[in-house]
Design a protein around this ligand. Sequence first.
Ligand SMILES: Nc1ncnc2c1ncn2[C@@H]1O[C@H](COP(=O)(O)OP(=O)(O)OP(=O)(O)O)[C@@H](O)[C@H]1O
Length: 346
Amino acid sequence: MTNSSDSNAVRIEVESLSTSFMTDHGRVQSVRDVSFAIPSGQTLALVGESGSGKSVTSLSLMGLHARTSLPEVGGRALFLRRNGQRVSLFDLPEKEFRTLRGNEMAMIFQEPMTSLNPLLTVGEQIAEATRLHLAYGRKEAWAHAQRMLDLVEIPAAARRVSEYPHELSGGMRQRVMIALAMACSPTLLIADEPTTALDVTIQAQILALIGRLQKETGMSVLFITHNLGVVAQYADNVAVMYAGKIVEMGDVRRVFAKPAHPYTQALLNCLPAMAKKANVRDGHGRLRLAAIEGQVSSPFNMPPGCAFSPRCPLADAQCDAAAPESTRLENQGGYVRCFKAQGVVA
Ligand SMILES: Nc1ncnc2c1ncn2[C@@H]1O[C@H](COP(=O)(O)OP(=O)(O)OP(=O)(O)O)[C@@H](O)[C@H]1O
């Protein structure tokens, strides 16, 4: 049994996660063979274009898929509990999974209004969570709610605790959702595009807040974003998803300095800083941001080989014929799924 206070302990280890749903056109495989691990106190960023399977991955780990689309989740997710016990999430009885959720594992979403209850004050919502999970009494729970609002730097917390979500700005609502998620001191926080709906200054404040809370508590973070720009600053490792699979994973600095997969290279070329470095300009002398040509294949019409091959500048007959396995990168850590990548271990 591993001790959860061990700072090198792996908080969550995901092996070959696959998730499919039933749709009007038949069963669709949204996530395939996804594997990663997040050590205690570290952040893994999951990046990729819209529809690549980032949210499905996180909702699968939280056991939060709507039953209506008959989700089927395969593979394994081993979670290290606070008490040092390692549990297999998908094998847990629903009642035990529910105890973990909101307590040791918490999630924040892009749009707080979809997860906050408009009929309860923010204080009541946070207090309810701690009464349920930590068995706090009424008074203790209310005091804790106020403390949590202070912790997420909401000004005039003593007054705000009695306000309803609609009385707060978007940035303040996102802080409330973080307070709610942090109320039971989770050891794993899943943040699914937590700042996308906010303006740039507020985005930076919210990301800094999550970073501060992570330092103070030692929690692990799975940070989902389509914006590679914020990843460099906030994540230790990055996993790049394309069409339901992780196509490249590794240390953030290595991935930014030496992206091995042509898709990662294309994503990085879309960043303004990268465009500056490449110094490609249009006819008016303005920097030209690269855009990745073509579209992601429909999950109903996946090419037989590598899913990226129809858009890949390096693709040849081998890439069209077979899907590459995830292969370890030599001397630099990390993994890539590409026949053409440099430096893979044979
Ligand atoms: N409940 C569902 N039923 C059927 N298909 C689904 C369901 N949820 C997700 N999908 C499909 O799974 C694929 C992956 O979706 P997902 O939401 O994980 O993408 P994403 O990378 O998070 O995109 P975004 O950045 O837009 O949130 C998409 O093709 C989506 O339409």
